[in-house]
Design a protein around this ligand. Structure first.
Ligand SMILES: [Zn+2]
Length: 428
């Protein structure tokens, strides 16, 4: 953090604490914040006169800021529309999308395809408003893979099958074979990626790659994992089918995005290896109900299959007691789509329960991000838990989230949003 500030002491008193992990609120605590770090949480009386600011939470709940582990800040339109925009237009739209996330209470996000390092640094240095960003930089895909967005076979006639304008912004890149995959991973690390995103199987919303395709050979996947782990970090894979997940698990991939179509064997493997799973129940249900406009009947059929399968896989997540599950919305598109970012929390609550939903949107994401080790961009404090030594990323909520998560995302009951010790909303 390069913002120069003197020591500012903030006290939040009379709060009930959800710490990000426990099934019960800790009643009536005082939270002491020094600059951007929570330095003390105590039931003992605190001398208020030493503080620059005192907030009386009046029995409301204080909890960690929300975390979304699967966002695409720069993909604020469909790829073919982004192709028509200047880089500046995409950047300005991205800043607006990021600001919206913070103002919904999301204090950290992991971007999994997009050139977001510049925005991340600008936010960290106070030139833009938004959450902490864990950038993946370009998602890496094989030729004819999920993010081969050249998407125009007609160009082939003119021997001009080059990257699309969107790909040239650094949102996606193509690499084939061990050598190119190693280089593509290292390129993203050079650009500031805190983790690597690859496309390890077919997609639901893409035109040219059927859902059941296996993308990348085992050796190519291993190459990606090697280059990432040599840099202390991990690979997240876009992945839908059981076959693709089996190959990715063997390669050592630790974050399965979507993980839609599971069988019992892969559920057991995910549990045994401690692989993180990032499902998106709200988006899936919208897709399954055909509420998101798609280009063709084929796309509707693909996405319906995905939407229904994800709910069946949730039963396996419960059966095998997979605890490494994280909140990820996969919001792609305009501000209208991003406005639904919080809806996933209630969708998860319906599939699991309130505590699981709350852990998924706080501490579980914090644990996932720790897989970045020294590539983790925010090492001064803990993220996703409200404990001593954590960053002062927190919300104050009118209500008990453990009795129903609606109060967490309702702007009326979300009273305070603080990130890095700074108030972005305070209606006390
Ligand atoms: Zn995605």
């Amino acid at each position: 953090m390069n913002i120069i500030k003197g020591t500012i002491m903030i006290l939040i008193k009379n709060a009930n604490l959800f710490n990000g992990t426990d099934e019960k609120l800790i009643q009536n605590v005082n939270v002491v914040i020094e600059d951007n770090i929570v330095i003390k949480i105590t039931k003992d009386a605190v001398d208020e006169s030493t503080f620059d600011k005192v907030i009386d939470a009046n029995g409301h709940t204080v909890m960690p800021g929300l975390i979304d582990a699967h966002v695409h800040i720069t993909l604020s339109e469909a790829p073919h529309i982004l192709d028509t925009m200047t880089t500046e237009e995409i950047a300005i739209r991205s800043a607006k999308v990021a600001e919206g996330m913070l103002m919904r209470g999301f204090t950290s996000v992991r971007d999994v395809a997009g050139n977001t390092t510049g925005l991340k640094v600008s936010i960290d240095n106070g030139y833009a408003t938004g959450p902490r960003i864990f950038p993946s930089q370009a998602a890496i895909s094989q030729t004819s893979g999920h993010s081969d967005y050249r998407q125009n076979r007609g160009q082939k006639r003119f021997n001009n099958h080059e990257d699309s304008p969107l790909m040239k912004t650094g949102a996606f890149t193509i690499a084939d074979g061990r050598a190119e995959v190693l280089k593509a991973v290292r390129e993203q690390l050079f650009m500031g990626a805190s983790q690597i995103k690859i496309m390890a199987g077919g997609g639901a919303s893409s035109i040219f790659d059927p859902l059941d395709t296996l993308q990348y050979t085992l050796d190519e996947l291993k190459a990606a994992v090697e280059a990432a782990s040599d840099y202390g970090t991990y690979v997240a894979a876009h992945i839908h089918t059981t076959e693709a997940m089996k190959r990715a698990a063997e390669a050592g991939i630790m974050s399965f995005e979507h993980a839609t179509i599971m069988d019992e064997d892969i559920a057991q493997t995910i549990k045994d290896k401690g692989i993180f799973v990032i499902p998106s129940y709200f988006t899936s249900s919208l897709i399954a109900e055909r509420k998101i406009p798609l280009g063709s009947e084929v796309l509707y059929q693909k996405t319906e299959r995905v939407g229904k399968a994800m709910l069946r896989s949730a039963e396996l997540i419960k059966k095998y007691e997979i605890e490494n599950i994280c909140y990820g919305t996969d919001c792609v598109g305009s501000l209208n789509v991003h406005a639904t970012q919080s809806s996933e929390l209630e969708a998860i609550e319906k599939v699991f329960n309130s505590l699981t939903a709350l852990k998924m949107v706080t501490s579980n994401c914090g644990r996932l991000f720790e897989l970045s080790t020294y590539q983790h961009p925010y090492q001064e404090g803990k993220i996703g838990q409200l404990v001593e030594g954590a960053y002062a990323d927190l919300l104050i909520i009118d209500g008990n989230p453990l009795e129903g998560v609606a109060c967490v995302v309702n702007p009326e009951t979300q009273k305070v949003i603080m990130k890095d010790g700074v108030f972005y909303k305070n209606v006390f």
